[in-house]
Design a protein around this ligand. Sequence first.
Ligand code: GLC
Ligand code: GLC
Length: 810
Amino acid sequence: MRFGHFDDENREYVISTPKTPYPWINYLGSEEFFGLVSNRAGGYCFFRDAKLRRLTRYRYNNVPTDDGGRYFYVKEGDTVWNPSWGPVKTELDAYECRHGLGYSRITGAKNGLSVSVLFFVPVGKTCEVHAVTLKNESKEKKTFQLFSFIEWCLWNAEDDMTNFQRNYSTGEVEIMGGGQTIYHKTEFKERRNHYAFYHVNSAVSGYDTDRQTFLGLYNGFHEPDVVFSGKSQNSKAAGWSPVASQCLEITLGPGETKELSFVLGYVELDKSQKWESKSVINKKPATELIATLDSKAKVDAELGKLKAYWTNLLSGYSVKSSDDKLDRMVNIWNQYQCMVTFNMSRSASFFESGIGRGMGFRDSNQDLLGFVHLIPERARQRILDIAATQFEDGSAYHQYQPLTKRGNNAIGSGFNDDPLWLILGVAAYIKESGDFSILDEQVAFDNDESKSKSLLEHCKRSFDHVLHNIGPNGLPLIGRADWNDCLNLNCFSETPGESFQTTENREGRTAESIFIAGMFVSIGPMYADMVERKGDKAEAERVRSEVKKMERVVLEKGWDGDWFLRAYDFFGKKVGSKDNKEAKIFIEPQGYCVMAGIGVESGHAKKALDSVKEYLDCPYGIVLNNPAFTEYVIEYGEISTYPAGYKENAGIFCHNNPWIMIAETVIGRPERAWEYYKKICPSYLEDISDLHRTEPYVYAQMIAGKDAVKPGEAKNSWLTGTGSWNFVAISQYLLGIRPEWDGLVVQPCMTKDVAEYKVTRRARGATYEITVKNSGQARPAKLTVGGKAIEGNQVPYAPAGTTVQVLCEV
Ligand code: GLC
Ligand code: GLC
C-alpha cells in the first residue's frame, strides 16, 4: 500500500495522507541552522547542535506520537482545523505534503479555504521561513482567524526535559509590535549571547507567550483554549513554558489569496552588543534578518536559491536509465540522504533524540563516502576534525561533540576498527579531489596542538594500531567492538543498564575479529598507495607485505569451511562457525573479506557469498546473522540481548548489505548484486509502505529480519551509514563509475535488465558523459574516450572545465 507518490520532475515525494504509518519527515537547512519536519508539521529546529542549541520543543516518546511542531490553526465559525491535519485532527477536504530538497510544503483545505505552508531554511541564513498561502476557493467571502504556534525549548534539550525545578522559573520573552515579533531570551541576561524570535510580516490582533494560557489547564495541542475561544490573551510568559503564538484576522473575497511570511530565527551577538538598553535585548540583527524575508518576492527568491543550491550539488553524479526507481534514488534521494547524514551524523532524527550521540569516528568517515563528490571542501574539513580526535597510539575517541569538536570522554575509545576508517575516508577524499596536500596538514592528537603530526602520520598510526594489537591467531584484536557495536567480546556484563559499549570487564587480549582483518586487507593498500605517492617506497612495501600476511592468516584461521568466521571470543572459541549453536554465520566478514579480494582466486569468496544467499538472504534483505540468538550469551554481549530478528541480532542491518552487493560485483555476479540492491532500496519498497512503515524515499538503518515478529518492518530511518554505502555500491560498483588516484574507473557490473544507461559524472572540475551499453555479462569494459579506444578501464582525469565523452561496452 502506498501513501503518496514520487514527483521526480520537482524532486519531491508527495504524501497524500497525514495518516502515514509513522511520521514521514524531512530535513531543513544545509549549514548551521537545521530543522526536522514531519508530514504533520511536527518536529523542531536547532542551531548547529541538536542538544546544546535547541530552539523549539519536541516530545519524543509521547502519545500521541509526533507531538510538538510549528502549528497553524484556522478558526472559521465554529470549525477549528490545521492544514497539517494534526494536532486538532479535524477531517480535511484535501491534504498534501510535499517533501522536497531542503523544504516541505503542507497544504490542507476545509470548506473552500486552502492553507498551504512552505517550510525552509534559506541558504546561509539562521532561520526557518514558514510561508503561508491562504486561498479562498469558494464563491463566498470568508472571514476567519489564523493562529500560529511554536513552543520554545530552553536551549539545552537534555536539561530542558529534566531540570524542571530550575527551568519553570527561568523563561523570559520580549514582545514587539503588539505581538508581531516575539523574542525568546531565556538566560540571555546571564551567560548566553543568543536569542530566538518568531515574527510575522503582518499586523496581528493578539498574541500569547505563556503556554498554559494558550492551551488552557490540562489541555493538549489539539484543544487550545485561545484558538477555540477565538481570542488571544496577550499573555506574557514569566517562567513556566514560553511559547509564541500570533493571531491574525483575515477576510478573503471569492478566489482571493493572501501570503504571509513567518520567520523563526536565531541570533548570536557579541557580548558588548547584547543590550539596547537595560533589560532590552539588541534586536538589530533580528530586524535585519527579518527584512530580508518580509515579502513574497523575497521568500520566492530565497526558495529559488535553495533549489539552485541542490541542482548544483546533485549535478555531480546523475544517471539516466529505463528504470525510474533507480534513477530517482541515484539522482535525488540517495544523495540527499547522504548530505543529511553528513550534516547530522547520528544526532537528530525521529529515532535519535538529538541529545544522545555526537559525531562517530567510524560513522563520519563512512558518511564521507557518500557526499565527498558533492562538496569535497567540506569533506576535507571533516577529515581534519575527525583526525584531531585520534590518540597518539592510533586509537581514537569513538565519538565527538559537533559544537566543541572534542572527543567524548564518556564513550572513550577501544573500538579497534575505528582507526582504519580514517584511512578509507582520506583515500576517498584524495581520489575525488586529487588534493594530496591534505596529507601534509599538521593535525593534533587528542585535540592537543603541541602533539601535532601530519595527516599521513595519522594514517600510519591507524594502520600500525592494528599491527600493535594482534591476537593469538595472528588476527586483529577486537577491543570493545568492531563495526558491530553490539558484538562485545570482552564485556561480560551482568549488571542491568550497564553500557555494553563502554564496559570491559575482562582484559581484551584474546578476542579477535576477522572483520577487522578484512578491513585491514581492503584498506591497508590505500595507505600504501598514498605513502608511495609521497615518495616512501620502503614504507609502502612494508605495508603491502603486512597486508599479504594478513590475507594468508584470514584464509588459514578465519575460514570455517563454507564461509568466513566472524571472530574468536575471549576464550579463543570460534564465533560465526558451524560449530556454534546459534549465529553460525555473520554477514560482515563475508562482505569485507571479499571486498578485500580475499579468496577470490581460490574460490573461497564465491563459496562465502553462496552461503550468504543460502543462510542470510530473505525477502526483505540480508540478515546480519543466522540463526538468531534466542538467549543472552554473556561472552558475546549486546548482540544477544535483542529479540530475534531485530537490530544487530539477525535484523537486516542495511548498512552492511551493500558490502555484499559490492562483493558480488568483485566476483562478477551482476544479477545477485542487483537483486540485493532492489531488496532494501526504498523506492522499490513503496508498495509495501504499510509494512515497511518508514519513509519510502530514504533508507532505514534496520528492517526486521526473517526471525522477527514482523519481518519487513523498518526502523531508524535517515541517519545511518546505509545511505553512503548504498550510494557507493550503486554508483561505483553496479553502475561502475568510481574515482581512482589517476582516473575515473568505468567498470559496470549491472543487471541485463538495464541494457543501456548514461551517467554524467563531475570529477576534479571536468565533466564525463558516459554511455554504457550493457550486455549484463560481467566482462572487462571496452572504453572509447573522445572517439578513441583505450586500454584498460580507466579514463585519465581531464583538465578542469572540459567535457569528456566516454562510450563503455561491457
Ligand atoms: C550503528 C552505529 C554504527 C555501527 C552500527 C552497527 O549504526 O552508528 O557505528 O557500526 O550501528 O552496530
Ligand atoms: C546500541 C545500538 C547500536 C548502536 C549503539 C551505538 O548498541 O543497538 O545499533 O550502534 O547503540 O551506541
